[in-house]
Design a protein around this ligand. Sequence first.
Ligand SMILES: Cc1ncc(COP(=O)(O)O)c(C=O)c1O
Length: 398
Amino acid sequence: MGRYERRYEDHLQARAREGLRRELTGIEAKDARQIGLGGRSFVNLASNDYLALRFSPALIERAGEWTRRYGVGSGASRLVTGNLDLFARVEAKVATLKGKPAALLMASGFQANGTVLQALFDRAVLGAEPLVFADRLNHASMHFGCAASGVGQIRYRHGDAGHLQELLIQFQDDRRPKFVLTESVFSMDGDVAPLVEIARLARDHEATLIVDDAHATGILGEGGRGLSEGADIVVGTFSKALGSFGAYVACSETVRDYLVNRCAGLIYSTALPPPMLGAIDAALDLVPAMDAERAHVARLAMRFRAGAATAGLDTGASATQIVPLIAGGNVAALALSERLREAGFFATAIRPPTVPPGTARVRLAFSAAHTDDDIEAVLAVLGANVSLPRVSPARAAS
Ligand SMILES: Cc1ncc(COP(=O)(O)O)c(C=O)c1O
């Protein structure tokens, strides 16, 4: 290992020269709205805790209760140590929320995508190497899962159902198993995939549609059920709008059973621990009734986008609680993040390879803990017109 240290160091220095070096910024937790940094408070615009559930007394209470009853750890993987009764309870709630016959809890969204896709794309089981049609901007964990399975992806232009259709037509006489893979809400753009068209195309071409609903679950869709209606298999996380940690796959009973037998992330990894199960369980109880919070977040994001437009800022195709400020260059994105930091806002510069080269940005994520005043203040820092009329909650919710 020692002999390669120099190479790793050279690599880090090369990244720094391109404005691409990452660093872990030490912060102090405060509440759902603010974080502390160097003795100062910042409005947190970087968290995916969209419903501000991270500090919810109900989640903390049930996490504590289940910890006291079941312990802090789960001891081993579910197949080895036995499947705690808590899993069936939580999985039933997930299946109901997602409108699917079954659900399976996983340790994290990254692990779910990385290992569920690997299991589903097994050519030995499918009888042939599958054709996997994937949005070009899918999350790294989905690419990871495809790479782990050894399949080559057929990538369509981001959010472009027409391009997907062209590609599906090119392969229409190919009898190999077909899958379509997309996020519902894209994590770095905050735009929404054309899921109705994609689902129709998948059906017409007998492809299995897999949707990563990470950034919609809890915060979008009726009762917070997300946007994955036409999907055959849904993957999502509890680490974003549901405020804690862990992930799920919502699917048929057969796919669930297959994953229990074949998904390495479930078989070879320790099960989610009771405190997390408690937090997830409590969040699932709260989410369906959080329409007011969902409308509030939608309204804040809409107001921010309208204000940003007056300053000529590029918010891409954002239509959700995630709003990028696209700066282009890496250094420009870092400078914008720094400008916001100086004014008391914590928002991170997102650079390649997380986003395509030339599209570095500062990603803002709005939450139920943010206020209209927060939006006005951040718009003022950006030089935008803050005296825009406030959008009525009723309109924002529609
Ligand atoms: C679309 C998408 N899928 C999966 C993940 C991974 O989820 P988790 O943070 O639970 O590992 C993320 C989070 O970064 C994501 O944005």
